[in-house]
Design a protein around this ligand. Structure first.
Ligand code: ATR
Length: 284
């Protein structure tokens, strides 16, 4: 039997096991997918054990960057962003991949018919998720990537990475209080992506005033529930989608990397959305 897992700290809340187990079942594989809590100081030891026993695994916070030195190979795109969320164990040789960019791209395609080529993106937030997905879009022909973030240095670092990797992709950086600049960025974009952690808690402030956006601009929130930001966007006449579809497609791509089979996306979606609903009901 093949064993797969997700490692992280904390990892208790992860719904990847429900989603991946549904995919495994639908493909008729003799495999299991587990949740393994790994504290930061245990990472090296955990990877040694996983190398012996597991065919592949997902990596979530806080190990996405720190796992790189423990791997034998890293696909170029993941090496460029310095972040890995999927490991494939090829007979004891560990190869790292990042499927976050693919996941967001597939989600934007599904909800809004948006593809990276020539597209102008506005990211709100400049953490690991923004970095991985912005770099993916740049590598896939994005026309422009603008990053709005409270801490300017983090947005500058992503813009610099993009300029280095893809000089053809235009970049711009702004802070939330630079109103005139924000207004032009928000008016001249094809899509707005919310990539901060604001919205995880109900009493969080909104990350940005959506009054600045052109009505009808699609808004995607990487947080996988209906956030107050998305409710605001809808009031403003913007089509919206939440991060559940990104979670789905990044996981589907992981399963494809492990098995070489096409992922049964609809079976995985059903299990994932049901688990997110159940987790939400439990929390409220
Ligand atoms: P992830 O890896 O999930 O992207 P992260 O690296 O912790 O998460 O990044 C969190 C993002 O949310 C950052 O862009 C952060 O802004 P800063 O770079 O200024 O820290 C943003 N964020 C978190 N709390 C915020 C707040 N109260 N106001 C504005 N931005 C916030």
């Amino acid at each position: 039997m093949d064993k797969y897992a997700v490692i992280g700290w904390p990892v208790e809340h992860s719904v990847s096991p429900q989603m991946q187990s549904a995919g495994i079942k639908e493909l008729g594989l003799n495999a299991v997918y587990e949740k393994i809590p790994v504290q930061p100081h245990e990472l090296g030891e955990a990877v040694s054990r996983l190398r012996q026993e597991y065919a592949g695994w997902n990596i979530t916070v806080p190990h996405k960057e720190t796992i790189l030195p423990h791997l034998d190979k890293v696909e170029e795109a993941a090496a460029r962003i310095g972040s890995v969320n999927t490991v494939v164990n090829e007979a004891g040789s560990l190869k790292g991949y990042s499927t976050d960019g693919y996941g967001l791209s597939a989600a934007l395609s599904e909800s809004f018919g948006i593809h990276p080529l020539g597209t102008r993106f506005v990211f709100i937030g400049a953490g690991g998720a923004a970095r991985a997905t912005a770099a993916y879009f740049a590598a896939n022909g994005a026309g422009k990537i603008s990053i709005i973030n409270r801490t300017r240095a983090k947005a500058d670092a992503i813009a610099e990475l993009i300029r280095e990797l893809e000089p053809g992709c235009r970049t711009q950086v702004a802070q939330p209080d630079e109103k005139p600049l924000l207004q032009s960025l928000m008016q001249e974009t094809d899509v707005i992506i919310q990539a901060t952690s604001l919205g995880l808690k109900n009493d969080d402030p909104l990350p940005l005033d959506l009054g600045l956006a052109a009505a009808g601009t699609p808004v995607y929130d990487m947080i996988y529930r209906a956030t107050p930001f998305l409710t605001e966007a809808q009031k403003h006449g913007c089509p919206t989608a939440n991060g559940a579809s990104m979670l789905l497609y990044q996981g589907a791509r992981s399963l494809e990397l492990w098995t070489g089979r096409e992922a049964p996306v609809e079976a995985m979606r059903q299990a994932l959305y049901a688990s997110l609903g159940a987790a939400r009901a439990k929390a409220s």
